[in-house]
Design a protein. Structure first.
Length: 298
């Protein structure tokens, strides 16, 4: 889909800021039962556009796939068949303070940011819990855990509300444990994915889906990123051989889980240049506007 993105200052870090009091039509999507599920082995490279990871039923079992919304008709794809190419268009400079020290980089360093709001030439990666098939078997939501990370430098994932509020760190590759994130049913969220070094990065994500019959689905999949000058071919060949975190029990999850339910229904995401440059809004496509209008009209 065609997107219009703002030009940005190379000396500033782009961080998308959600405004919780408003609804963003670009995030108010509808997921249909009729959406195609690509067969395993259908390889793709994603270097721009909208992608959500999410739980969906595949051949009678539930799995963690990616909803590829880069074309006119969304397609669910197996994560093993995908590489996210993050070019130098994602390079941003950290501000001269300690706000983002959790990223593993120093103030003034350049890092690769797959941001919370869509920008030109960079994948826009989020997650959703909107597949009709999971809404038939759970009445609560799902848990996503950081099962492991392998790559040069450091990886982190965070949200940030408003222009000045403290970042909400969801996953930090240097932290121990699975860092569970609870995702309310029928929600759609985007966050900031930060990589401090170029190279092949592998992020292992564990899905836990509690069913209404008392059973639980659990599966782990790996997202592969070719960052900077790293080749797509190298990322496609990469296999995860790092240490996996242990899956957390229900009691441990309740104690340490990050709750993403407050973002239910989508939020306005704006790109804010922290160094003080102008604020730009990314524009949704005509198809997105039409979807939002249909939802509003009921």
């Amino acid at each position: 889909m065609k997107r219009i993105a703002a030009a940005v200052c190379a000396a500033s870090l782009l961080i998308a800021q959600p405004a919780y009091a408003q609804q963003d039509p670009a995030l108010q999507q509808q997921v249909s039962e009729t959406e195609r599920i690509a067969p395993a082995g259908e390889k793709v490279v994603i270097d721009h556009g909208h992608i959500d990871i999410g739980a969906i039923e595949v051949d009678g079992d539930f799995d963690l796939l990616a909803r590829d919304d880069t074309e006119a008709h969304p397609v669910w794809r197996h994560l093993d068949d995908m590489v996210f190419k993050v070019s130098d268009a994602a390079l941003q400079t950290l501000p001269e303070d300690s706000t983002f020290e959790f990223t593993g980089a120093k103030a003034g360093d350049k890092v690769y940011v797959v941001p919370q709001s869509q920008i030109s030439g960079v994948p826009w990666i989020g997650w959703n819990s909107q597949a009709p098939s999971i809404q038939k078997v759970t009445d609560r939501g799902v848990t996503l855990e950081l099962a492991g990370y392998q790559g040069p430098g450091h990886f982190s994932l965070f949200l940030q509300a408003g222009g000045v509020q403290k970042p909400q760190v969801i996953w930090d590759a240097d932290e121990k444990g699975a860092q569970p994130m609870w995702v309310e049913l029928n929600t759609h969220t985007h966050a900031n994915w930060v990589f401090t070094e170029p190279g092949v990065h592998q992020v292992a994500v564990r899905l836990k889906l509690p069913r209404t019959d008392g059973t639980e689905v659990e599966t782990t999949r790996v997202l592969r990123f070719a960052v900077g000058d790293a080749s797509v071919a190298e990322a496609q060949k990469a296999t995860f051989d790092g240490e996996m975190t242990a899956s957390e029990s229900g009691e441990e999850q309740a104690k340490g889980s990050t709750n993403i339910g407050l973002i239910a229904g989508g939020v306005v995401a704006v790109i804010v240049v922290i160094a003080g440059a102008a604020v730009f809004m990314s524009r949704q496509s005509a198809r997105r506007r039409a979807e939002a209008k249909n939802v509003a009209n009921g």
